[in-house]
Design a protein around this ligand. Sequence first.
Ligand code: AMP
Length: 543
Amino acid sequence: MHGLMMDTPLLISSIAEHAANFHGDREIVSVTMDNPRHRYTVGDAVPRARQLAGALDKLGLERGDRIATIAWNDYRHLEIYYGVSGAGYVCHTINPRLFPEQLVFIINHAEDRYICTDLMFVPLLEKLLPQIPNVEGFVIMTDAAHMPDTSLPNAVCYETMIAGESTDYDWPQFDERTASALCYTSGTTGDPKGVLYDHRSTVLHAYAAVAPDVMNLSSCDVVLPVVPLFHVNAWGIPYSTFMTGAKLVMPGPKMGDGEALYELIKSENVNLALGVPTVWLALLQYCEQSGQVLQSLERTVIGGAAVPRAMIEQFRKVHDVQTIQGWGMTEMSPLGTANTPKAGQESFTEDQRFDLATKAGRGIYGCELRIVDDEGQVLPWDGVAYGALQVRGPWICSDYYKLEGAAGTHTEDGWFDTGDVATIDPQGYMAITDRTKDVIKSGGEWISSIELENTAMGHPAVAEAAVIGVAHPKWTERPLLVIVAAEGQDIGKQELLDFFKGKVADWWIPNDVAFVDELPHTATGKIKKIELRRQFADYALPE
Ligand code: AMP
């Protein structure tokens, strides 16, 4: 027997309409290429998204066609999120930091019909043009006054395109499983793989994200996503802020600029900021050098890579900011865990709290977790056993776009193999020890590169650290610590290695330290271990 509840579809357009009805006066502030501080409200944004939807309908597109974006975080990009998906097309966000050949692959693989681009990326697209012949036209995200002279075919100005359209657009109603957005994983090996989100997964993920034990979002919050709209929907922030009525502050092209981020936080009263650890390094460094404190900021959600304990401590001790570590993947929309406290931890010492905060977090309702050994046997949640981390849930991908099972990432019983290695403790807190491919195997035992990196980052002379396994005649592999020294700091190898004593098992201590000017990063800011292993392939460890 079915229940007697309405079967209204969970559509992204319904979030926009909810926001317009209940939070129309909430501000959206953006730094854009043509305006250092653009300011308007949700009540302005939603009608413009409707105008865009009307304009797109006139282009002769079919439902499900891909419209790409190559753009920073700002209000026009946000309108495109709602306008494209709401009208039934697929919003394909592209990471502009990818290599040109990856961009060409992605645009062609997705069969993008139009590309919406920031002014800044027009020259890049002009160069790629001969290799992306299927793109029919380009929408330049600016106003008529800033429209560039361009060789891009059918280039239209965003403001001109939407200007004549009615704000009374009726959003189409369709199956909630309709595809809404597409994002390619940057992938350190092989071709990028497309993750295709749908309306249902997006709405459910937003419901989960706003919960008190996840991001605890409400209409009283002022949110700064330094996570890009071009990668995994900025962790769902465009949806969760509209669902709750939180004020949005978007940094545009200023994402890596510590001073600009500080100014935005201060002047807009930001109390929640989200980003990957690298971004916060720049902000914390600026604050330290200029003697500034982040007065309004209450919490940061940090994920995408392991969060060093030193960063969590600095946020708490200097700025009185709570760090909520999150873990997830492009394939997971992205949220899988969030590290928030539980009942029973009231008596924890500060040290215990910091220890706990370095873990990736506990499972969010809607994302099941399990760890398995090499034979696929499920391992216990004892905080010690580690194995391949697998997940299952309504916002986890069931396959990649146009790959039809070829990626081999899903188990026969319907779980997604994340490629991460993890432990889960009895309280359900999961800790990532490595990517499967990054694990260092010494004498048959695993050494966690992440734990060694976190330990190294605790030394004041270390700006960035990576640990890789290099060949060893006796132990097969031994860890090598590669570091970028902090500005003006001079430190010896032995002093650094001594720093590990008492912090990790003796046999985990790296065999050597290599100093470099910079570490190779992926387009999403993660350390490119593959590249690093290549660089140090012939490295001879000292006897
Ligand atoms: P992406 O799909 O680009 O978002 O990358 C997802 C990957 O980032 C995961 O599979 C992890 O390897 C890594 N990652 C994300 N969050 C964390 C975290 N809190 N700690 C360690 N690694 C993380």
